[in-house]
Design a protein around this ligand. Structure first.
Ligand code: FAD
Length: 336
């Protein structure tokens, strides 16, 4: 049994910063994440994209932000259970919680903070026979490192911002040898600037744009070798490629947390904005996973929510102690 002061479910940016804020109050945290690496959406979806609205950083790559948050949390020695989804929560006789993961790892603490973001997220997969057979053998649903595609032929499927942005990036920086963008409509859902850029790059031959068409089949041996593209008017063509990247977004699903007796509204946990507590005393929800009036799913809002949640957690754990706000400039960071 792993014992700690606060169990944080979700090691995304918000969960990680909460370790720091809890540490300043001398509360120890243990994070659980179903992904094998910390960082949540920043690491999993867009590690190489710059973020422009983190206070004090005019621009920072999402992956760099996570590295910095890990460094900032390090003095407080957080524990990690990675690659395991939190499945169940139970209450003990002495008012603590036991959170058990899919692999049976048990964690005990008086406070649980859910920083589960979009939940246990799954990519939306197109209905193509044998698609799963070629996963990680030429079929990927997320671009983690664009360098992986250097010198390769890539077919991207989708019509939203991810499909447009990655097509532009891989072609403009001359990373991929060939970029084919396949979209079922002739209009796109992404930003107008990106749409225009893709059209311009298609005209100049930098991107091969195939609209009103869908990838309907894949072929290969041990690895992906070609895709079948079915055009609404012209029928099927076979295009040789090294990679197929369907970018149809992620299916947000709260997963097991939805069955924990928490008040849920549209796939998010309802909280009291006084301290981001849920309807179950001792359980808080912060970051993208929560909902309240005027909620903004932004990293900086999650940082604020985590900061207030740990103040409230301190009062629950130490009802007899008065917590006085101390500036880090005055007190420094006293690690564990
Ligand atoms: C392409 C893109 C660009 C973006 N750009 C910006 C931007 O410029 N500025 C900005 O502020 N925001 C941006 N965002 C939004 C930002 O990434 C999110 O607001 C932020 O990641 C939320 O952080 P979080 O820690 O709450 O959740 P997440 O980052 O979603 O992390 C939650 C973690 O919880 C884990 N988890 C969930 N359920 C369980 C469970 N049951 N057991 C174990 N683990 C679980 C997940 O695996 C995940 O790792 C962007 C998002 C995307 C997709």
């Amino acid at each position: 049994m792993i014992q700690t002061d606060i169990i944080i479910i979700g090691a995304g940016p918000v969960g990680l910063f909460t370790v720091f804020e809890a540490g300043l109050l001398k509360l120890k945290c243990h994070l659980i994440d179903s992904l094998p690496l910390p960082g949540g959406q920043c690491s999993e979806i867009y590690p190489k994209k710059p973020i422009y609205d983190i206070p004090g950083f005019p621009s920072i790559l999402a992956g760099e932000l996570i590295d910095n948050l890990m460094e900032q949390a390090a003095p407080f020695k957080p524990g990690f259970t990675l690659g395991e989804a939190a499945m169940t929560i139970d209450k003990t006789a002495d008012d603590k919680f036991i959170v058990t993961t899919i692999k049976g790892t048990k964690h005990e603490a008086p406070i649980v903070i859910i920083a589960g973001g979009l939940g246990v997220f799954e990519p939306r997969k197109p209905p193509i026979d044998s698609l799963e057979k070629y996963e990680d053998k030429g079929v990927e649903y997320i671009i983690k490192d664009p360098e992986f595609y250097r010198g390769k032929r890539v077919v991207i499927a989708g019509g939203g911002d991810s499909a447009l942005d990655w097509s532009i990036f891989l072609a403009e920086k001359n990373i991929a040898k060939e970029v084919v963008l396949v979209h079922r409509s002739s209009s796109f859902r992404g930003h107008l600037d990106s749409v225009q850029k893709v059209i311009d790059m298609a005209e100049s031959g930098k991107i091969i744009l195939v609209t009103e068409a869908e990838v309907t089949g894949i072929n290969g041996g041990d690895k992906l070798e070609s895709v079948i593209i079915t055009h609404q008017k012209d029928g099927e063509i076979i295009r040789e490629t090294d990679h197929l990247i369907p970018l149809f977004g992620l299916k947000p699903s709260l997963g097991p947390i939805a069955d924990w007796g928490l008040e849920i509204d549209k796939n998010a946990i309802k909280v009291n904005t006084l301290d981001y507590s849920t309807n179950i005393p001792g359980i808080y929800a912060i970051g993208d996973v929560n909902t309240y009036e005027n909620k903004l799913k932004l990293i900086l809002c999650g940082f604020h929510e985590g900061t207030l949640a740990v103040q409230s957690a301190f009062a629950r754990i130490h009802p007899d102690k008065k917590n006085i706000l101390k500036y880090t400039t005055v007190n420094g960071v006293q690690g564990f």
